[in-house]
Design a protein around this ligand. Structure first.
Ligand code: PRP
Length: 211
């Protein structure tokens, strides 16, 4: 099921326009959320690429033909809190997807992820697990989250983010080479504070209006 490119950087005019809105420090919360919602839909479309289908006959007004339904258990795992901003786009496509939560923040001094909440649905060993977080910076949070999910039995994992740094991509690919990365932008680098450059600031603060 994971027959995706190792790294998919989606190029699309709508994404280029919406990333500009998200990067702009003058963008207010309402406009930020709308742009994030649009990009999230495109990310979700790619994250769900190649998922299994089973045939389901359908009667059109003209005749019966072959239709399809999703033949996979989809579990979405947002890394709290900013990852919540990417969940609705996936559940809009897959309304019966189950959602687990991993609470993790990056310590402001050490820049290392700190766990504070876990609620993962049963049965992730047979599911397609979509881990979502807007930012892949050092990659520490994503790597820890994925290692934890693997320790709980997950075998089929994809990671989706809005913006990524080359450093985070390299770390994630080194530690979890089986996990495809879907991103809307690979930025230049991390700065000395481990923020993505040019980035968009703190995604969680901007989504939830906590700056
Ligand atoms: C941000 C972001 C990722 C993490 C990325 O979370 O949403 O979870 O940092 O950094 P890393 O790749 O270096 O680990 P943050 O700590 O700001 O928490 P929040 O989602 O609660 O705002």
């Amino acid at each position: 099921m994971n027959s995706l490119e190792k790294v998919t950087e989606i190029k699309h005019p709508v994404i280029a326009r919406d990333l500009t809105i998200l990067r702009d420090k003058a963008t207010k919360t309402d406009v930020f959320r709308l742009a994030l919602g649009r990009i999230s839909t495109i990310l979700a479309y790619h994250a769900l690429m190649n998922i299994p289908l089973r045939e389901k006959p359908v009667q059109t007004p003209i005749q019966e033909t072959t239709g399809y339904e999703i033949d996979a258990d989809i579990v979405v795992i947002p890394i709290l809190r900013a990852g919540l901003g990417l969940v609705d786009a996936i559940t809009n496509f897959v309304p019966d997807a189950r959602v687990g939560h991993l609470g993790m923040y990056r310590d402001e001094v050490t820049k290392k992820p700190v766990d504070y909440y876990v609620n993962i649905p049963n049965g992730i060993e047979n599911a397609l697990v979509l881990v979502v977080d807007p930012m892949l910076a050092t990659g520490g949070s994503a790597c820890d989250a994925i290692a934890f999910l693997k320790s709980k039995g997950a075998e089929n994992i994809r990671f989706t983010c809005l913006i990524s740094a080359p450093e985070g991509i390299e770390k994630l690919q080194t530690e979890h080479p089986d996990v495809p990365i879907i991103t809307a932008a690979i930025d230049q680098k991390l700065n000395d504070d481990k923020f993505i450059v040019p980035g968009l600031g703190d995604a969680g603060d901007r989504i939830f209006g906590t700056t």
